[in-house]
Design a protein around this ligand. Structure first.
Ligand code: GLV
Length: 323
């Protein structure tokens, strides 16, 4: 009998087709996230799960999936999966590190420039017919990246790639990492110092219990007036209520690709703030990066379904593989 594999998101048919020959697939085709009760029902007799950030894989989902041999997510982050529960159940979790580093670092720098040079705001302004005079000496003034001090919170691969790009702009670069690191052109500092001394703070840590709201109310309050917060990591790294207050008062600017609630509700306060550049979680959204992520995720899925070690495993301590 062919093993059953659940795909909890709507993927293009050319990606799914090769899996049909190998597995009995049950695929969620809704545009909204798959409801947990449906996921639990489908996983009751499944050996594989291919998912992405939109599906929360909770401890109770894992507890009910007695046959599950592998969870493979099309993402580097695994904060949507209860990793401890998967590990305790002996289920390896595959993810996609490495391949989205450059795309995400490019987007972080793009957001820095967009927020500090007010690119999205200027585009909106033009489209609403407000450009009635020609060149104006004080129109939409911003800040030079070359004159800024930029702080990078988390110097994993994406943070390091962001620092590498910033060296080319000639700005000052401060860095903080849980385990200190030596990186060319980066002055390592204490986290509170970094928030207080920078014109731009960019978040690149993984979301873990230790990093929830690492951009806390008090750290946001310590940022320089006119400074910019960039987030391409996870929404929950930021105290969003405090950030909204700082943006509403005009004290800070922001460039955000991620939010605590995704999709962002249509009436969310961020949407009415002109000094925030907002993107719909597209850090890795280039064709070649998404193809590389899918390839990695399918390799992980196939390996787990065959009881082999996953090429990219987020919980390598799982030893006694199921099945
Ligand atoms: C994107 O946010 C990812 O974790 O891949």
């Amino acid at each position: 009998m062919t093993s059953k594999c659940v795909i909890s998101l709507d993927l293009p048919e050319d990606i799914v087709a090769p899996l049909r020959d190998q597995f009995d697939l049950q695929t969620w085709s809704g545009k909204e996230a798959m409801p947990e009760v449906t996921l639990q029902d489908w996983l009751a007799d499944a050996e594989g799960l291919l998912c992405a950030l939109s599906t929360s894989i909770t401890a109770s989902v894992i507890a009910g999936a007695a046959q599950l041999k592998v969870i493979s997510t099309i993402s580097v982050g695994v904060d949507h999966i209860d990793l401890a529960a998967a590990t305790a159940a002996g289920i390896p979790v595959g993810h996609t590190p490495g391949v989205l580093v450059d795309s995400t670092a490019d987007l972080a720098v793009g957001l820095m420039i967009a927020a500090t040079r007010r690119i999205a705001e200027a585009d909106r302004w033009m489209r609403t017919g407000q450009w009635s005079q020609g060149w104006q000496s004080d129109l939409l003034l911003g800040m030079d990246l070359s004159q800024a001090t930029v702080g990078i919170v988390g110097l994993g691969p994406v943070g390091e790639a962001t620092a590498k790009r910033l060296r080319g702009f000639g700005c000052g670069i401060l860095g903080w990492n849980r385990t200190p690191k030596i990186i060319e052109g980066v002055e390592m500092v204490d986290l509170d110092d970094l928030f207080a001394r920078c014109d731009i703070v960019s978040l690149h840590t993984a979301l873990t219990p230790d990093t929830v709201q690492i951009a806390s109310r008090s750290r946001l309050a310590s940022m320089r007036a006119g400074a910019t917060l960039i987030n391409t990591g996870r929404g929950a790294l930021v105290d969003e209520a405090a950030l909204i207050e700082a943006l509403s008062s005009g004290r800070l600017r922001a460039g955000l690709d991620v939010f605590e609630t995704e999709p962002l509700p249509v009436d969310h306060p961020f949407l009415s703030l002109d000094n925030a550049v907002l993107l719909p979680h597209v850090g890795s959204a280039t064709l070649s990066t998404r193809m590389a992520m899918v390839t990695r995720a399918l390799d992980n899925l196939r390996a787990g379904m065959s009881g082999e070690p996953l090429p990219f495993c987020a919980n390598p301590e799982v030893s006694g593989l199921r099945g």
